[in-house]
Ligand binder design. Structure first.
Ligand code: AP5
Length: 221
């Protein structure tokens, strides 16, 4: 399965990608997670990406494409991948196509998770992330059992620096301008599926799986 998840910040890409990766036994590749980890480690990549991520701007395409080329070259991607947060620009999408064409592969589907702006801001303002294992929580919909503590590993929960309201609004603006055009890009290739992102995590997951089953039965395997 080679799947791309599109959707505005807070649409639920990361939440669903974790589940889909388990379901299809392929790696979950989140450029946002890779960048945040690099920033945390203080690597060269982290130093170059930090100011963009903090302000909710896109990291330059060249840097992202280098990162993806390296990631796709690892053995665990042979059976496929779930892309979360990549591609985000037409240039990134074309870059991904070139990388796949070089190994005679193509995308099976690009699923766009649709959500309205009010619920995006609400969800992201209430998101908390484990500083140790990275698990996602939501104070409104998926709170931890014990306040401020990760249910899985006992790590402390933090708010992402780019989850402040003004940065959220900026990230949504950037998404509308730079990433929404990818829907037409993938529609024209016949691989786009739009899925309603409202409802519970389980409901949205089932919609995505159903849309993938449709896509595969249309000959997208
Ligand atoms: P990235 O980490 O990719 O952030 P994003 O796209 O803004 O997406 P989010 O992680 O905020 O949201 P999500 O859709 O994954 O939602 P989630 O599942 O967490 O990127 C961060 C930054 O890195 C970018 O701004 C940019 O600077 C840089 N970057 C990354 N990739 C790049 C690229 N390719 N090119 C250039 N720059 C790049 O859910 C959100 C919350 O809602 C959670 O609390 C969750 O529990 C809750 N939730 C989820 N689903 C539901 C549901 N159905 N019902 C109720 N609550 C729900």
């Amino acid at each position: 399965m080679r799947l791309i998840l599109l959707g505005a910040p807070g649409a639920g890409k990361g939440t669903q990608a974790t589940r889909l990766a388990k379901r299809y036994a392929v790696p979950h590749i989140s450029t946002g997670d890779i960048l945040r980890e690099a920033i945390k480690q203080g690597s060269q990549l982290g130093a170059r990406a930090n100011c963009y991520v903090r302000e909710g701007k896109l990291v330059p395409d060249k840097l992202i494409l280098e990162l993806i080329r390296e990631r796709l070259g690892r053995g665990d991607c042979k059976r496929g991948f779930i892309m979360d947060g990549f591609p985000r620009t037409i240039r990134q999408a074309e870059g991904l196509n070139h990388l796949l064409e070089a190994v005679n592969k193509r995308i099976n589907a690009a699923v766009s998770i649709e959500a309205d702006q009010n619920s995006l801001v609400k969800r992201l303002s209430a998101r908390r992330v484990c500083s140790s294992c990275g698990r996602n929580y939501n104070l409104l919909t998926y709170p931890p059992k014990q306040q401020g503590i990760c249910d899985l590993c006992g790590g402390g929960l933090i708010q992402r620096e780019d989850d402040k309201e003004e940065t959220i609004i900026n990230r949504i603006r950037v998404y509308d301008k730079e990433t929404v055009p990818l829907k037409d890009f993938y529609r024209s290739k016949g691989v786009l599926k739009e899925v309603d992102g409202r409802g519970s995590v389980k409901e949205v997951f089932q919609r995505i799986v159903d849309s993938l089953n449709n896509r595969l039965s249309e000959g997208g395997g």
